[in-house]
Design a protein around this ligand. Structure first.
Ligand SMILES: [Zn+2]
Ligand SMILES: [Zn+2]
Length: 201
């Protein structure tokens, strides 16, 4: 495994700017891997459930978790519980061993008062904030001791059945675009994609 610092830098590059919440996500993800004794998910060995919601500050946590754990939107092993919280449960699918890590509020006052967050409050996009001010919060979260920023739960046994991936695409009889089998709908005699079917889902 690459060293943690390199993972952080790569995660921030993927994320698009440098912010405290994505760093918190990287740290939470790396801690969860370590505690479960597993490697980053190159396939679907791991599954993560992040508790971020929609349209709120700190949602960047999700990108940090994705990059650190390898549980990503594109692999289908990332799930959201819409609680508006900065926490993740990481699961090893083969054993159903799981662990929850949440971000602690210890540093939130310093974060709220930072130049970065004051500018965010003025509606400035994070990547338009001077780099030095972005790095200030990265450093704050990255250099903090783990117990200061993370609450790490015990490994527990999850009861969960995993469904196999359904392989195969079929061109929609309407628009001709490739559509995963499970997403075809039957209209009359034809197998069509959802937009062509007129159904909502
Ligand atoms: Zn961010
Ligand atoms: Zn179609």
């Amino acid at each position: 495994m690459e060293n943690a610092r390199q993972i952080l830098l790569d995660a921030l590059k993927f994320h698009g700017h440098r912010c405290w919440a994505s760093v918190a996500g990287v740290r939470a993800g790396l801690a969860a891997l370590r505690e479960l004794g597993v490697n980053r998910s190159g396939g679907r060995q791991l599954h993560a459930c992040v508790e971020i919601g929609e349209e709120h500050g700190g949602i960047c946590f999700g990108d940090g978790v994705q990059y650190a754990t390898g549980c990503t939107l594109g692999k289908g092993n990332l799930e959201k519980a819409p609680y508006g919280k900065l926490a993740v449960t990481l699961i090893e699918r083969a054993s159903n061993r799981a662990l929850r890590v949440s971000y602690k509020p210890t540093l939130q006052k310093r974060i709220a008062e930072s130049a970065f967050m004051v500018k965010r409050g003025e509606g400035i996009e994070p990547d338009a904030i001077p780099e030095a001010e972005q790095w200030e919060l990265v450093k704050l979260i990255w250099d903090a001791s783990e117990s200061e920023v993370l609450a790490i739960g015990e490994v527990f046994q999850l009861e969960r059945e995993w469904f196999p991936e359904i392989m195969g695409f079929v061109p929609c009889a309407g628009c001709g675009e490739l559509t995963a089998r499970a997403y075809l709908r039957v209209v009359g005699e034809k197998h069509v994609c959802i937009p062509c079917s007129g159904y909502e889902r």
